[in-house]
Design a protein around this ligand. Structure first.
Ligand code: HEM
Length: 327
């Protein structure tokens, strides 16, 4: 490649990374983008209702690890271990094909314009709105990362065993308050989790050989039936009693001792978080307002690393540039 072209490419990549996020970022360059994302999500919801919850979760797993940069969507390469196989993601994150479908649809109308990182943010918002939750205006203009870091994901993402105080500490590192933590955990109003994530709390909470005493007995009997000790741990259960509806049932369940994950139920057991669980269980509007605020703050996390607009969310564009270099 001509050195000047190489310099220009690098310049485009690095200077663009300083872009400011704002609503309506694609108003001139791709006015149909938000509509197209919404239409694909609507189809996904009909095809497989759980898939929108699975896509919603991407915002958390992307943004917490080096900012919202779609690093989580990169497939492994011979020289890079991606985040898909990180501890919290392997055999767990799913519905990547929905994002592929969105990206293909968006690329058809405005190629090379809309980032995969922004697609995650729009899709998470739409997943909430399409299942009965609030709608909010998203800030856009993110770039896609040039790499992924499995080790960072392993270090950062919280385990389902976490207690509230460790979650408070983790979230505070991202400028997310106790209220944000409780509201954002309320996204477990939709979707499912695997037996794998609760075996310890059913049979050996904190190494006691006993179940978590915070589980309401009838609910525990149901969980024992769903996840007996010999179960295939990929069997899934609902995260709340209305897993297709984005509502405040999750918080009502926590008050009743019917939280699925330890990291859910701990929010009621622990005093600092309990007041928000109680508030949201009684007042859905308060939950929705806090959720929107939390999602916006989560979506604002940035890496300040160089980026690009990927053509395919699963791989960086560099591969094409390499081909160009080689020829
Ligand atoms: C507070 C710390 C959190 C912990 C410890 C946690 C943990 C988990 C776990 C263990 C699962 C099930 C995984 C499995 O069994 O395969 C799950 C599912 C889910 N999480 Fe979280 N999560 C947290 C916060 C969040 C946040 C902030 C969001 C969204 C912004 C979110 C959205 C979801 C959704 C929608 C599902 C269901 C996905 C599906 O059905 O495929 N979670 N989470």
């Amino acid at each position: 490649m001509h050195p000047l072209l190489a310099f220009l490419l690098l310049h485009i990549i690095t200077t663009a990374s300083a872009a400011q996020l704002r609503p309506g970022f694609y108003r001139e360059t791709c006015p149909e983008a938000e509509f197209v994302v919404r239409e694909v999500l609507k189809k996904a919801l009909i095809r497989e209702p759980r898939s929108v919850a699975s896509v919603m979760r991407f915002q958390f797993h992307d943004c917490l690890v080096n900012g919202c940069d779609a690093s989580m969507l990169l497939d492994d390469t011979p020289t890079m271990l991606g985040e898909k196989e990180a501890l919290s993601n392997i055999n767990s994150l799913r519905s990547f094909e929905v994002i592929d479908e969105v990206k293909e649809a968006v690329e058809r109308i405005c190629p090379g314009v809309v980032s995969c990182a922004d697609i995650i943010i729009m899709a998470a918002r739409d997943a909430v709105a399409l299942t009965g939750g609030p709608y909010w205006e998203v800030r856009l203009g993110r770039l896609d990362s040039l790499t992924a870091r499995q080790e960072d994901s392993n270090q950062i993402m919280p385990s389902p065993r976490s207690n509230a105080s460790s979650l408070i500490d983790l979230f505070s590192k991202y400028n997310l308050s106790v209220k944000d933590l409780v509201a954002l955990s309320g996204t477990h109003s939709i979707g499912q989790a695997r037996c794998f994530s609760i075996m310890f709390r059913l049979y050996n909470q904190s190494g006691t050989g006993r179940p978590d005493p915070a589980i309401e007995p009838k609910f525990r009997a149901n969980l024992n039936k769903l996840c007996p000790p010999s179960v295939d741990q990929n069997v899934t259960g609902d995260l709340d009693a209305t897993p297709r509806l984005f509502d405040n049932q999750y918080f009502k369940d926590l008050v009743a001792g019917r939280g699925f994950l330890n990291s859910d139920q701990t929010l009621f057991t622990f005093t600092e978080t309990r007041k928000f669980v109680e508030l949201f269980s009684k007042n859905q509007a308060e939950f929705f307002m806090a959720l929107v605020e939390g999602m916006l703050k989560l979506g604002d996390l940035q890496s300040n690393q160089p980026g690009e607009i990927r053509r395919n969310c699963r791989m960086v564009n560099g591969r094409h540039v390499n081909t160009f270099w080689e020829s």
